[in-house]
Design a protein around this ligand. Structure first.
Ligand code: C2O
Ligand code: CU
Ligand code: CU
Length: 501
């Protein structure tokens, strides 16, 4: 596999790989080798693709029901939450310009709603509105339109009802959304890989998270790909696979590598890179996606998630097992077996569009957005938060989430620059709905870096630019460690098409 040059690392904000700067993009790449602990005796089921629901004649009209269902997870029988009975939910396949209609029914015993993460669509009314609450037994009809110039890519949907988000994701509610390419990418086949984690209690139900787990951001003890534990895929040498990978874990960061194969990064979060980049490793914060091209070579390979140190809670002992907030060893996610007769190799991948670059556009407003954790007396005791019934507060600009308060007002048609500051000892992957973020971390002559989740490393900061263009309305930004979001680390933003009076 090709190693990264310093220039490429700089382009991705990785000067001094492994330092705090490495976390700045939320999704980063390094050339380090990882030590892998192998897991024996796991199942070798063939990977199953989620059911695909495709738009026809510009419309995707579907029903989704969030309900309890039985599932086999590894060797266990489990009772989880699903969309339409499957883990993950169906993959929605659409094109730019499409109208999407989702009749969502809540058959859970807690309120829910649906968010289409990364889509540039209206957040108003029955669009991608995070303030909707669908009560148990109720239904809601979503409808929104993708702009004609919507970037292709891999997006996803998940519940967003404040206070229940982490619990519902950790129970199985997530699915992929694919916005198809205008110009097809030559590939032998495509696979959607939805990575999630879950902890089951003795009855096979999703385990409740403890106070410390919620404050750290829970990590399930079983990591799955498409609801399967370490599934297998097979290919012939010389094929080109396109993997669309979603990090649907509520809190877990994934440092992914695939030994023995030629892997290129085709896109991350939003749209496509101008040209695919050779990589040996890629890190996904919760909510991030990547599209990989795997040019297959004979042999057996394993998709591995290596540990990521995302900081620790203040007041907790930084013993080795706690330092990386739970992910203390590498996990084997999927095996790739490449054998048989080689096939003819495919042609080159066409260049992606150059894309908008906000570095050359005027900035109307500059802001600082500060992520912090309130001490509240907790953390001064030797045993951290144990023995104290109150939760530490998770704030943005000193405030916990209030849906009735508007925290940031912006004018449509302007570009803003935000400096995201993290004054806490844990990483916070920042996500803004509707409008993608251009990360300002590379040399000016490198292509722009666009993402919709950007990690702010512990005690670090990162600058982003946002173009508040055509789509207006009120929505949210938050930490995508979803326990932190549920604990209040979320703000509201309103974009208006006319100047404020
Ligand atoms: Cu992936 Cu506000 O969410
Ligand atoms: Cu989102
Ligand atoms: Cu956070």
């Amino acid at each position: 596999m090709t190693l990264w040059t310093r220039r490429q690392l700089l382009a991705l904000g990785l000067a001094g790989a492994g330092s705090a700067a490495a976390g700045a993009t939320g999704l980063w790449l390094t050339a380090d080798d990882s030590n892998t602990a192998s897991i024996d005796g796991v199942s070798a089921d063939d990977l199953v693709q989620p059911q695909e629901l495709r738009s026809h004649d510009g419309v995707l009209a579907i029903s989704l029901t969030a309900a309890t269902a039985r599932a086999r997870i590894g060797t266990r029988q489990a009772v989880v939450h699903t969309y339409n009975g499957t883990l993950p939910g169906p993959t929605l396949r659409v094109r730019s310009g499409d109208t999407v209609k989702v009749a969502m029914t809540n058959s859970l015993d807690t309120p829910t709603n649906m968010h289409v993460h990364g889509l540039h669509v209206s957040p108003e009314a029955n669009g991608d509105n995070p303030f909707v609450s669908i009560e148990p037994g109720q239904s809601f009809s979503y409808e929104f339109v993708l702009p004609d110039d919507h970037p292709p890519g891999t997006y996803w949907y998940h519940p967003h009802r404040h206070g229940h988000v982490a619990d519902q994701l950790a129970s199985g509610l997530y699915g992929a959304i694919i916005v198809e390419d205008e110009v097809p990418i030559p590939a032998t086949r495509e696979r959607t890989l939805v990575v999630s984690d879950i902890s089951l209690d003795d009855s096979g139900r999703p385990a409740a998270a403890s106070h410390p787990e919620r404050m750290m951001g829970r990590e399930g003890d079983t990591v799955m790909v498409n609801g399967q534990v370490r599934p297998r895929v097979v290919a012939s040498p010389g094929e080109r696979e396109r993997w669309r990978i979603v990090n649907a874990c509520p809190s877990r960061f994934l440092r992914l590598s695939l030994d023995g194969q030629d892997v290129r990064l085709l896109g991350r979060d939003v749209g496509r890179l101008t040209r695919p980049l050779d990589i040996s490793e890629v890190v996904l914060a919760p909510g991030n996606r990547v599209e990989l091209l795997v040019d297959t070579r004979e042999g057996n390979s394993t998709l591995v998630a290596a540990p990521v140190d995302r900081g620790a809670m203040p007041g907790m002992m930084r013993a080795p097992r706690q330092r990386d907030t739970g992910s203390d060893h590498s996990l084997e996610l999927l095996s790739l077996e490449v054998g048989g007769a080689p096939v003819a190799e495919l042609g080159p991948v066409p260049a992606g569009p150059a894309g908008r670059d906000l570095r050359v556009e005027p900035v109307a407003t500059r802001r600082t957005v500060e992520f912090a954790m309130g001490m509240g007396g907790i953390g001064r005791t030797r045993d951290g938060m144990r023995g104290n019934g109150s939760m530490m507060s998770f704030t943005i600009d000193g405030k916990v989430f209030d849906p009735d308060r508007t925290d940031i007002s912006v004018r449509a048609g302007t570009v803003e620059e935000w400096t995201l500051v993290n004054n806490s000892p844990m990483d916070h992957p920042m996500h803004l709905h509707v409008w993608p973020l251009q990360v300002l971390d590379g040399p000016d002559d490198e292509p722009p870096t666009w993402q919709d989740v950007v990690n702010i490393p512990a005690f670090g900061q990162v600058a982003v630019r946002v173009a508040f263009d055509d789509v207006v309305g009120r929505t949210v930004y938050h930490c995508h460690v979803l326990d932190h979001e549920d604990l209040g680390m979320m703000g509201t933003i309103q974009s208006r098409s006319a100047p404020d009076a």
